[in-house]
Design a protein around this ligand. Structure first.
Ligand code: ZN
Length: 163
């Protein structure tokens, strides 16, 4: 028996300005995610999440969380975005996904991390396209975290050989 350590790494930018200075294209995508929070329907949590995906053909697809009184019927912004992208462009890889949020209750100053279910969908999105998808996370303000693929966010991923 032995203990083993697994390391996940990400690039951390102080804020969107530093991010834009280094990664202008992805900073534009993050801005699209911020815009997407304005379409969020979150009357229960008051937590408005926005996401934006940039596809390999240059198309940007935006999405946001949509809640429902029957709670499990709602869906996260990340899955709304990725499913919409793959429904419209099933054969086009997703290059990058930006995620952000704002709250009516508190200032969101830490990067918003996707939930486990969304991470699993990101795994299969990458699997379909055959290449890693960059994942960019920010709160309403504050630092920007950049992950160069889902495996850094979701080690020990569940994969099937049937795809
Ligand atoms: Zn989620």
């Amino acid at each position: 028996m032995k203990k083993q350590q697994f390391i996940s790494d990400c690039t951390v930018y102080e804020d969107e300005k530093e991010f834009a200075a280094h990664e202008a294209v992805d900073a534009d995508l993050l801005l699209e995610a911020h815009k997407a929070t304005l379409n969020s329907y979150a009357p229960y949590s008051k937590f408005h999440v926005g996401a934006a995906a940039r596809l390999a053909n240059g198309v940007i697809v935006r999405g946001n969380n949509i809640e429902n009184a029957a709670y499990p019927s709602g869906l996260c912004a990340e899955r709304v975005t990725l499913f919409a992208a793959q429904a419209q462009y099933p054969d086009v890889p997703v290059e990058a996904l930006a995620i952000t949020a704002r709250s009516e209750i508190t200032e969101v100053t830490e990067p918003v991390a996707p939930c486990g279910a969304c991470r699993q969908v990101m795994v299969e999105t990458e699997q379909r396209s055959g290449r890693p998808m960059r994942i960019i996370c920010q709160g309403h303000t504050g630092p920007v975290f950049v992950f160069d693929g889902i495996e850094t966010l979701m080690p020990f991923i569940f994969l099937t050989k049937f795809v």
